[in-house]
Write a protein that binds this ligand. Sequence first.
Ligand code: NAD
Ligand code: MG
Length: 390
Amino acid sequence: MRKVSIFGATGSIGQNTIDLISRNPSAYDVVALTGGANIEQLADDARRLSADVAVTAHEDRLEDLRSALTGTGVEVAAGQAALTEAAARPADWVMSAIVGAAGLPPGLEALKQGATLALANKETLVCAGALVLGTARKHNAQLLPVDSEHSAVFQALVGEDIDAVERIIITASGGAFRDWPLGDLASATVEQASSHPNWNMGQRITIDSASMFNKALELIETKEFFGVAADQIEVLVHPESIVHSLVGFRDGAVMAHMGAPDMRHAIGYALHWPERRDLPIERLNLAKLGQLRFQDPDEARYPALRLARNVMERGGLSGAVFNAAKERALDHFIARKVGFLEMAEIVETVLNRFEGADSLIDAPITLDNVLQTDHLARKWADDTVMKRAG
Ligand code: NAD
Ligand code: MG
């Protein structure tokens, strides 16, 4: 039996992961499941899968979790430190599906234990790419991408030499506002930004898809994961979300990865890697689809892409700044304190403010430095919002 843990088990990726392992329960021994405020879901899954431990990120919900699991034999714990402790429990395969930089400490801890880390949490690589890859190497731990684009690239690279890669093309649906007139974006609401045309995902990544902050994070994730130069990575708008990404080689060949837009493919690939096994994914019928469309992204519409290019060029801890400022800008958008287009303006203001603080950006990429930088960037994002509010 394989020992598995799922961080962010109650979320969209977490639930899709549970769907897959529940189809073959005798193959998996569930160690830790973690969640946030959805105690009922966490407790139900922990009981059904006989997890060793269930952890909620919210310390004030510990007693609720305890009462939901009394008599089941499932241990309970709460808080950020408890999440990292749960990641220290031996497991063969760990799903990193917390949303945001909060996913970094438990992911790093799992790598230190030598676990295979299935990485849905792209923020981990954006904030601390070199640290994460270095930790994996040092502890002989395998890192597998779960973001659909990166899983697609990873699969296109099987049996290939990375030196033969000329470019990596990550596709983007264009999100909820792809076809909106530019002039309407300023007044886009949280509800409008929270519905994705093709993928069913958590609210935060769905809004990030509408603003292309998601693709911006993925550009940085691509650079960190595959170790290619920033100018080798392209973004291609592809409204149907059937081609998940492409790799172009030095001989001109381009390998595209196609499939239905269902995250259980990328999760299942990482779960069964290096094998391929049956997955409950709808099969493609290209004749029925008839056509696939592609277009270049409009940078005026998506300033997040330009900011990500600056971050890739700047390097150091600027990814941690970018992500933290984006997380706070998104919080303020969801709280209806700032408009849709203001999110990119806030992130740019924070990045500019850090330009005057080279010693912070160029500090060694350690967990402490990432967390401190993250904290400061959040504070500066809040300051920016306060100033704007006058
Ligand atoms: P979600 O919001 O549906 O779920 C997030 C999970 O993290 C929940 O279990 C929640 O309780 C937990 N969580 C939230 N804040 C936390 C905190 N501060 N500390 C600890 N736990 C916390 O998110 P999702 O859509 O499943 O996305 C998870 C991650 O996977 C994100 O990094 C996202 O970018 C990435 N991802 C998601 C998809 C998708 O299809 N949903 C696709 C590609 C990548
Ligand atoms: Mg993606």
